[in-house]
Design a binder for this molecule. Structure first.
Ligand code: FE2
Length: 287
């Protein structure tokens, strides 16, 4: 079957009407959905009815679930589950204070980033489902890093090609002011080297692998690296290049981490925001 689709943004992203497949996913329809994400970068399905288990089952139809045995996976991870909970609610359903560790940790999601570039294997596709959303703000913004590469000047393309970036979660958390690591956590992080320009395998197009997790480029000092990362991020995310997703409860949003970058936007922390997420492994992410 073929889904009915509408563009989310003139340049990328697609809204999908799954018709009567809703809640009855099989391998064929799940792979069609994955293909739509890979081609378009971002896909939205509204008015869905998922919970963590159902979201995990849909993801398993698309591929292997990303589940690294690293300390980072303990933040927001539900015991015994491969899904994450991105929430400001405690187990009793009360809103957590903004000073709590998990809220402070997740503050870095408001920086432009790509999921899971700080571990290997990384993630090909992320799925995020909204259970409860604030009445306003708290959007998620996306840009397409294939287009970002295409739009670089020849000089910047030449500069970017061949650069190897070292990614670490410590960098994005440091930028957002989070430093509440245990010594075991801090020492568990190794820097993951990734080319800044890579080929997005499903479409064969070049894309930037850009994220606030980048600490340094090999052979570059910290300040020069951060200056170039900041400039590339600025160029990639100019207003006409960004899709801003305004959440409704029941939205399922999927994105391809190999060809998009995203960030969360702030919201009034006195409102509840409760989401669940699962990621697919990038099976081609081997050294
Ligand atoms: Fe993210």
């Amino acid at each position: 079957m073929t889904f009915a689709t509408k563009p989310l943004h003139p340049d990328f992203g697609v809204a999908i009407d799954p018709g009567d497949t809703s809640g009855e996913w099989n391998e064929e329809t799940a792979l069609e959905l994955k293909n739509a994400v890979e081609q378009s970068g971002v896909a939205l399905l509204r008015n869905q009815d998922f919970d963590g288990d159902k979201l995990g089952k849909l993801a398993e139809l698309m591929g292997e679930i990303w589940s690294p045995q690293s300390v980072t996976s303990t933040y927001g991870r539900i015991a015994g589950s491969k899904t994450f909970r991105l929430t400001n609610l405690d187990p009793e359903g009360k809103i957590l204070p903004v000073t709590s560790k998990i809220i402070s940790f997740n503050k870095a999601n408001e920086l432009w980033h790509t999921d899971a570039t700080y571990v290997r294997p990384g993630s090909s596709v992320s799925l995020l489902y909204s259970i409860v959303v604030p009445p306003e703000a708290g959007e998620t913004e996306f840009c397409d890093t294939r287009l970002a590469y295409d739009r670089l000047s020849d000089q910047d393309k030449t500069l970017a090609e061949g650069l190897i970036a070292n990614h670490t979660l410590l960098q994005s958390r440091a930028l957002s002011g989070f430093d509440d690591w245990t010594e075991d956590e801090r020492s568990a992080f190794t820097r993951i080297a990734r080319p800044l320009v890579h080929v997005h395998k499903p479409t064969g197009r070049k894309a930037l692998c850009l994220a606030s997790h980048i600490a340094t480029f090999e052979g570059w000092n910290y300040l020069a690296t951060q200056d170039f990362v900041e400039r590339l991020t600025y160029l990639a995310t100019q207003s006409g290049s960004v899709y801003k997703h305004r959440w409704q409860a029941g939205d399922l949003l999927l994105w391809d981490n190999r060809c998009t970058m995203h960030r969360a936007r702030p919201y009034d922390p006195s409102y509840a925001r409760d989401m669940c997420s699962v990621r697919l492994v990038d099976e081609n992410d081997v050294v």
